[in-house]
Design a protein around this ligand. Sequence first.
Ligand code: ATP
Ligand code: MG
Length: 283
Amino acid sequence: MTSTPVLQLDHVAVRYPSRGFRKPPTTVVEDVSFHVGPAETVALVGESGSGKTTIGKAVLGLAPVAAGRVLLDGRDITALTGRARRLLSSDIQAIFQNPYGSLNPALPVGRTLAEPLLSASTLSNTEVHDRIADLLRRVGLPEDAAGRYPAQFSGGQRQRIAIARAVARQPRIIVCDEPTSALDVTTQAAALDLLTELQQTLGCAYLFITHDLAVVKEFAARTLVLQQGHIVEEGPSAEVCDRPRHAYTRRLVAAAPVPDPVLQRERRQRRAAAEAEMEASGR
Ligand SMILES: Nc1ncnc2c1ncn2[C@@H]1O[C@H](COP(=O)(O)OP(=O)(O)OP(=O)(O)O)[C@@H](O)[C@H]1O
Ligand SMILES: [Mg+2]
């Protein structure tokens, strides 16, 4: 690798305190190492409960990192808290599955988008106004969207608002946690196209968390496969999806939905074979 990664995790472990007297903490993520390069998209896949969101939270400073390091542009940010951590919000942003939960329903969209811009503080009111118009245009929303409330938009449009907010301060990396999982297939494709376009124009990197293997090949250069808090496989997305080496990845790939009935039958057979293999290996 020639350039410093935007994001690097070195042997990261996340443990949550257990309930109950003298119970040892629960390890949710163990020995996780990977990097995301400038303007690169890396997908993190794995079944429900494997620890994908937890890794995203570790990057965002929202999970207890018990071991290892998280680096942003080569700088160790693992232990940053309070103001120092908040200052990172211009470099690390997030987009979540449910934009309705992450957008303030009481604020018009323009105010939601103004918040990150105003916290950068040096912009005049006119500049903020122009930036909001520019952001709305970039994400394909009409300029009058600024005066409307989140409830007045569709799910896909709300996700565009969340995307606009995330890119407002041109972050180095965005943690996208299932950003399109609540959208129908067409809206999902449009949202992914938008993320790709924004990456090309703004140069931000994505850590793209998903349980949907159908999208990673198109969208992410590399894919990491997480099983029970451990990375069990990683490589170029096409390789991981088409030639998975690990039995767990083969099962994930076989479980991904395909719209073609013949392919579906073949998939069912492969899934059964992968499950038998998993059982035989005791995992
Ligand atoms: N605050 C917490 N305290 C204790 N355990 C937690 C906490 N948050 C998550 N966990 C546990 O960590 C494990 C991983 O959860 P995580 O949300 O990271 O999974 P995920 O891969 O994102 O799953 P999904 O695909 O369903 O979103 C789960 O077993 C979960 O119960
Ligand atoms: Mg999750």
